[in-house]
Design a protein around this ligand. Structure first.
Ligand SMILES: NC(=O)c1ccc[n+]([C@@H]2O[C@H](COP(=O)([O-])OP(=O)(O)OC[C@H]3O[C@@H](n4cnc5c(N)ncnc54)[C@H](O)[C@@H]3O)[C@@H](O)[C@H]2O)c1
Length: 330
């Protein structure tokens, strides 16, 4: 299978490509991988350095909204795994336009090309944030979508488009919706790498509101295992939730990070809550577990310790990125 991976230079996409080319998904029918990535602020070619010499990998810098480029690339592939997106909720609150352009129009551009060239499978990577917020219990895949942030709304739009292309054009589409990811190579604006890098530098960390918002933390590797299972074995037209990490409040997460870095609560600065902040996310993963044999394998304590160690060891990776983000927001 010749695979086109969009957003393969970002946090999750690059983990997927590195693992795939290192033989980390078994069985795998993939024979060649093309990464299409615009290299926005969160895309980083260096994320693919460990597999850059692999003859099966081709890297193309480009935009998923570029109809001609997308058409040419899709034509030469059997399947698409679509990660490319604007992905940071806070940025979507400051400015929603890039989210609509990339997440909705970009996805539509890819779907059009995939339908035109009768691609064998289109795997659309989505998020649990499309469901909104849930007080008790957990979302199953048939739960109505009720996104609250512009990011989540743009992802919901792209999910629905993907499913509509299945129903309307018979395109072989599978959608995955995952909970919060953590792990190495995550851009240092997201909470775990932001807190770790700030604490490593002796600085403070900002905690939103009362810190009571609950998230389900899943190691990026477990997410990618779920995506690959859905690519290889998922049923066309189906949605699969991927989660089953550890549910905890932001305050509990902060406590874990402070302990891992040997820092005290005096390093935490409470800040005004994020607008429209979803209170709780929780996914029911019965469907992917029973149908595809998915189970998360990395316990949170081990995954977090490894992640903290990775940020300790890879200052040269995150320092310039954090500086770039600071300059941008200045
Ligand atoms: N991070 C999470 O916790 C999480 C959870 C569930 C789902 N997801 C989804 O997973 C996917 C990847 O998320 P991530 O955390 O790796 O994000 P990321 O921001 O680290 O990576 C996004 C990548 O997409 C690229 N990109 C952005 N706009 C593009 C465009 N117009 N054309 C081509 N490439 C473009 C960027 O350069 C970057 O490499 C997204 O679709 C996101 O919605 C993320």
């Amino acid at each position: 299978m010749r695979l086109l991976v969009t957003g393969g230079a970002g946090f999750i996409g690059s983990h997927y490509v590195r693992t795939l080319l290192s033989g980390g998904f078994q069985p795998s029918s993939v024979s060649a991988v093309t990464v299409l990535d615009k290299l926005t602020y969160s895309g980083n070619r260096a994320n693919l350095d460990p597999v850059a010499a692999d003859p099966r990998l081709t890297f193309v810098q480009g935009d998923i909204c570029d109809t001609a480029l997308v058409d040419e690339l899709v034509a030469g592939h059997d399947a698409v795994v679509h990660f490319a997106a604007e992905s940071h909720v806070d940025r979507s609150i400051a400015s929603a336009a890039p989210f609509v352009v990339t997440n909705v129009l970009g996805t539509q551009t890819l779907l059009d090309a995939a339908a035109r060239h009768r691609i064998g499978r289109f795997l659309h990577v989505s998020t649990d944030e499309v469901y909104g917020s849930i007080e008790t219990g957990s979302w199953t895949e048939d739960w109505p979508l009720a996104p609250n942030s512009p990011y989540a709304a743009s992802k919901a739009g792209s999910d629905l488009l993907a499913l509509a292309f299945h129903r309307t054009h018979g395109l072989d589409v599978v959608v995955t919706r995952c909970s919060n990811n953590y792990g190495p190579y995550q851009f240092p604006e997201k909470v775990i790498p932001l807190f770790v890098s700030n604490l490593l530098d002796g600085g403070t960390v900002p905690l939103y509101g009362d810190g009571g918002n609950v998230r389900d933390w899943l190691h990026v590797h477990d997410h990618c295992v779920g995506i690959h299972l859905a690519l290889e074995k998922g049923r066309a037209g189906q949605v699969y939730n991927i989660g089953g990490g550890t549910e905890m409040t932001n305050k509990e997460l902060t406590g874990e990070l402070l302990a891992a870095l040997g820092a005290g609560w005096d390093r935490v600065v409470p800040v005004t809550d994020r607008k429209g902040h979803d209170r709780r996310y929780s996914l029911d993963i019965t469907k992917i577990s029973e149908e595809l044999g998915y189970a998360p394998s990395i316990p949170f304590a081990r995954g977090l310790a490894d992640t903290v160690q990775w940020y300790r060891d890879n200052r040269a990776w995150w320092e310039p990125l954090r500086e770039r983000a600071r300059l941008e927001s200045a």
